[in-house]
Design a binder for this molecule. Structure first.
Ligand code: BES
Ligand code: ZN
Ligand code: ZN
Length: 500
């Protein structure tokens, strides 16, 4: 896929060059090309045809003047204003353009993309991540799309003054981040008749075997024995057996400072007896977006092998209706022993997560991050660009937030007050209720899960608004975004133990 070279010869067919806003004469490779092209580059810039505006792509056919057949110039704006996300987006635009032009081999002069703010290795990471993300195509089931497509096969990267081994490794890491996100997208886009809890478990086993993770898949009978009454309640209306999926990555000598990543794995959410309106049901195949993010992150972790310990826990089932389904008014006993009065069977995610969070603690998790397409409320509160975050531990949240900034997957914190906790604990019949009402209901869901995190530092991420997008972008098509796969992997990679 990627080949790194230290010398630029003129054997390339298609060359890609970054173009910053020029304050004076062209320098370096640009000056060389300009000279070989009899000053035409300078002229094109003067005429305004060749622009350094960020993300503008200009294709120059060299018409036999150079051995290189065509050069793509990628506008990067002001050198000092470039940062990693901006560069990654520019690369995304480039790869989309190049893919549409059916180019299969590409040579990139990487040095021309580096600046005082983004070094060559970061640029390599951005390039490879953007390549994976922007060329991602939804796996559909159309007969026509089975025809082979022309894809970019090889990318030759030229980094003249850098250690090629390091550049290659930056490219591979960037590509792993992109691929992990793409896997999360693919899982989330899958139709619910094909992606059942059983299928999600088989996928997880394959992932574990590929990366040498330890794994455990709990079957219904074991869940019954352990008393996972909350996940089991959600499963009661289903023909499909539930699965509790556990993957363990051990990057330290000892199994200490374990980070628990818990993902909501509801493969379809009809709402159950608190049934959703018919238009609200369509799209609920994406209700395992949290599980997909966790599995995407585990794929990245398996590639980059950080010195951390991680346990990934995915409670999985669909939420269906039948004579045996759970009902509003039921009282159930969770794995933690806490009892729950079910007021709304459509608030099923928090039930599955309650047992997921408790089970992560059984596996030694000392820090918890849960990810879930949990509430319509978070979409009303924050829209479709911001993930909603809640926590019982600000320093842990700071680390997650830092990672989210780095990956440009923005999140915004919502509070959980003592009064909110009281509303979740307000039940005549049980310790907790699963749906205290419409007011602030993204917070109610967070507060409910917090009851199971108890004193363990915990961050809750509600991705109901961000797991799917209706707009395509330079870094991917519309549909599932794979949001939080990269943030979680980055958080794990950079994690620093918090003194208690
Ligand atoms: N899976 C939904 C949340 C959701 C809504 C995800 C829209 C993606 C888009 C969740 O299980 C749910 O139904 N939540 C209810 C909670 C309510 C019953 C307290 C909601 O948000 O309406
Ligand atoms: Zn629901
Ligand atoms: Zn749901």
């Amino acid at each position: 896929m990627f080949r790194v070279h230290q010398e630029l010869d003129d054997k390339q067919e298609t060359l890609v060059v970054g173009l910053f806003q020029q304050n004076s004469q062209l320098t370096g490779l640009l000056a060389e090309l300009d000279e070989k092209l009899d000053g035409h580059l300078t002229q094109l810039m003067k005429d305004g045809d060749l622009s350094s505006k960020r993300k503008s792509i200009f294709t120059l056919h060299t018409l036999g003047l150079l051995k290189v057949k065509r050069i793509y110039f990628v506008g990067l704006g002001k050198e000092k204003e470039l940062n990693f996300p901006k560069l990654r987006e520019a690369f995304g635009k480039l790869f989309k353009t190049v893919q549409e032009a059916k180019v299969q081999e590409l040579s990139i002069a990487l040095d021309t993309f580096a600046s005082s703010t983004v070094d060559v290795n970061e640029a390599a990471h951005g390039l490879a991540e953007a390549f994976a993300l922007s060329t991602y195509k939804i796996h559909d089931y159309k007969q026509k799309s089975n025809e082979p497509e022309k894809k970019i096969e090889t990318i030759d990267v030229f980094a003249l003054n850098e250690d090629p081994v390091e550049v290659k490794s930056s490219l591979e890491v960037g590509y792993a981040f992109g691929q992990g996100t793409n896997s999360a997208r693919t899982l989330t886009n899958m139709p619910p008749n094909l992606l059942t809890a059983t299928e999600l478990a088989s996928y997880s086993i394959q992932l574990a075997e590929k990366h040498g993770f330890e794994y455990e898949i709990l079957e219904k009978e074991e869940m019954e024995r352990l008393g996972m009454g909350a996940l089991l309640a959600v499963n009661k209306g289903s023909e499909e057996p539930p699965k509790m999926i556990v993957l363990k990555y051990q990057g330290k000598e000892e199994w200490t400072d374990v980070i628990g990543l818990v993902g909501k794995g509801i493969t379809y959410d009809t709402g159950g007896y608190s049934i959703k309106p018919k238009d609200g049901i369509v799209g609920m195949k994406t209700d395992m977006g949290g599980a997909a993010a966790v599995l995407g992150a585990m794929e990245i972790i398996g590639e980059i092998k950080p010195e951390q310990n991680v346990v990934a826990v995915i409670p999985s089932t669909d939420n269906m209706i039948s004579g045996g389904a759970f009902k509003p008014d039921d009282v159930i006993v969770s794995l933690s022993g806490k009892t729950i009065e079910v007021l709304n069977t459509d608030a099923e995610g928090r039930l599955a997560l309650a047992d997921g969070v408790t089970y992560a603690k059984h596996h030694g998790a000392q820090y918890l991050v849960d990810v879930a397409t949990l509430t319509g409320g978070v979409v009303i509160a924050l829209g479709n660009d911001m993930t909603g975050a809640m926590t019982n531990h600000e320093p842990l949240f700071e680390q997650v937030l830092q990672a989210s900034h780095e990956c440009e997957e923005p999140m915004w914190q919502l509070p959980i007050t003592e009064k909110d906790k009281k509303r979740v604990r307000n039940s005549k019949m049980a310790d907790l209720n699963n749906s205290p009402g419409r007011e602030g209901h993204a917070i109610m869901a967070g507060a409910f899960i917090g009851e199971f995190a108890e004193n363990t530092p915990w961050v809750h991420l509600d991705i109901a608004g961000t797991a799917v997008t209706s707009k395509e972008s330079d870094l991917g098509p519309s549909g599932a975004t794979g949001v939080m796969a990269r943030t979680l992997a980055t958080f794990v990679e950079r994690f620093e133990t918090i003194e208690k």
